[in-house]
Design a protein around this ligand. Structure first.
Ligand code: SF4
Length: 358
């Protein structure tokens, strides 16, 4: 078991740092990277109220209570992707009703970033449906990263697989986060994607981590996987030498024309349990309620926040699927007494200790 150095902890945003200084940290949970599958299964299976109580207790040790970070996500290049991710409307292999779009012009991205900022987002995520970016495409994305930083927002991109050198270029451009999801367990992975391996994903994450870019990585639940797969995916994330700073937990949005349309979904209580387990296993990470929120009731979202989710995507589109209306989000925040956390540009430099391609 490894123990954290509180001076070098991740998620050290101003609010959570305040929460730490104002709360008793002596009981802070140890950061572990050696979870066995059995331990995680036992965690997930404990009585619901015990699990949520533990998750909320840990949450309050590391994060400001009643605050949720807001990110916006823009698809900067849509569709015609050569990969075969079984859940994705953007794969060229599936016949979905998606309209393809070339890489967006810089001006449009800047305009969307300004709107997102005025709606309260602190981070602007840009996703491109590529297996991997070409160096020429990366030049254009780098221009977008610089422009969004000038708007005064944190930046995140999800571009598929990267090389070591491309990761360095993104770091040099000032990129804050790189998203690359594990998607599911290594055991279930072949049921979802065949055009790249689980190890390919780990390699990209390693390049990004080595360059000092914050990592955003999580997965998708409700793809027909078993409870053991959910535990195994969480084990992969929690046992990384450094936990991802951001852990998106998605609920599959079933899209007609994709192989996973009609897959056995996930029971909402099981979903909340997974959020709680992610919070306990990765105490300092931001656990993000991501795709699938549109299908969740207000009550289910409230349970997820209680279970330790402290980040959402905001706006009415999540790449190509429906997301909650901005006004609905604000109304729910108000009903729950939640406020958006204020994240200042540059504060991720504090993250030393410890990403959204889906
Ligand atoms: S999830 Fe990403 S890599 Fe997979 S098909 Fe969709 S756009 Fe391509």
């Amino acid at each position: 078991m490894q123990y954290i150095d509180l001076h070098s902890m991740t998620q050290a945003n101003t609010t959570s740092a305040h929460a730490l200084s104002s709360q008793n940290t002596s009981s802070s949970a140890a950061l572990r990277h050696d979870w066995s599958l059995e331990e995680i299964q036992n965690l997930l299976q404990q009585p619901f109220n015990d699990l949520l109580f533990e998750a909320q207790t840990i949450h309050r040790q590391f994060h400001a209570q009643n605050e949720v970070q807001i990110s916006s996500l823009l698809s900067i290049k849509t569709g015609a992707c050569p990969e075969d991710c079984g859940y994705c409307s953007q794969s060229a292999k599936y016949n979905t009703a998606l309209e393809r779009e070339r890489l967006l012009p810089l001006e449009e991205v800047i305009e969307k970033a300004k709107i997102a900022k005025s709606n309260g987002s602190s981070r602007f995520c840009m996703g491109a449906a590529w297996r991997n970016p070409t160096d020429k495409n990366l030049d254009k994305v780098i221009d977008m990263i610089s422009a969004v930083r000038e708007v005064g927002m944190q930046t995140c991109v999800t571009l598929g697989m990267l090389t070591d050198q491309q990761s360095q270029r993104l770091k040099d451009a000032g990129l804050d986060y790189y998203n690359h999801n594990l998607d599911t367990s290594p055991e279930f992975y072949g049921n979802v994607i065949t055009t790249r391996t689980f190890q390919d994903r780990l390699d990209t994450l390693q390049y990004v981590r080595d360059k000092g870019i914050n990592v955003c990585s999580g997965g998708i639940l409700g793809m027909g996987e078993k409870a053991t797969d959910r535990a195994s995916m969480l084990q992969q994330l929690a046992n990384m030498p450094q936990h991802p700073e951001s852990v998106p937990i998605n609920m599959l949005v079933q899209i007609e024309g994709t192989p996973l349309f009609g897959a056995d979904g996930i029971d909402s209580i099981e979903f909340v349990r997974s959020i709680a387990a992610a919070r306990i296993l990765m105490p300092m990470s931001q656990v993000r309620l991501s795709a699938g929120r549109h299908e969740m009731s207000d009550e289910m979202q409230a349970m997820c926040f209680f279970a330790g989710a402290n980040s959402i995507f905001y706006g009415d589109k999540l790449l190509t699927t429906e997301n909650c209306e901005t006004n609905d989000d604000l109304a729910l925040f108000s009903r729950l007494g939640i406020k958006p956390s204020e994240v200042e540009l540059g504060q991720t430099d504090l993250i030393k200790a410890e990403a959204c391609h889906s």
